[in-house]
Design a protein around this ligand. Sequence first.
Ligand SMILES: [Zn+2]
Length: 88
Amino acid sequence: MADEIRIDDHVQMKKKHPCGSDVWTVTRTGADIKIRCSGCGRVVMMDRETFLKRRKKLLQQGPVPAVLPFQPIPAATAQDMAEGSSEA
Ligand SMILES: [Zn+2]
């Protein structure tokens, strides 16, 4: 199983939540992982290592994170807007 963790991953954990559900949705990734219980909506945060240890199965992988291309704002834009707004 890949160690890749994506937002919106649907995962099955080894331990059942007290509410009876063992399916969680990843809501935040990074050094710490946030998952939300699909049964009761409770959010739990744990570090990546713990998450991978407790994860039993990846049920459905979330979408590939969108990478926003770097778009520099043309220097002229700000000036044009300032000129246009001076008309009363
Ligand atoms: Zn729950």
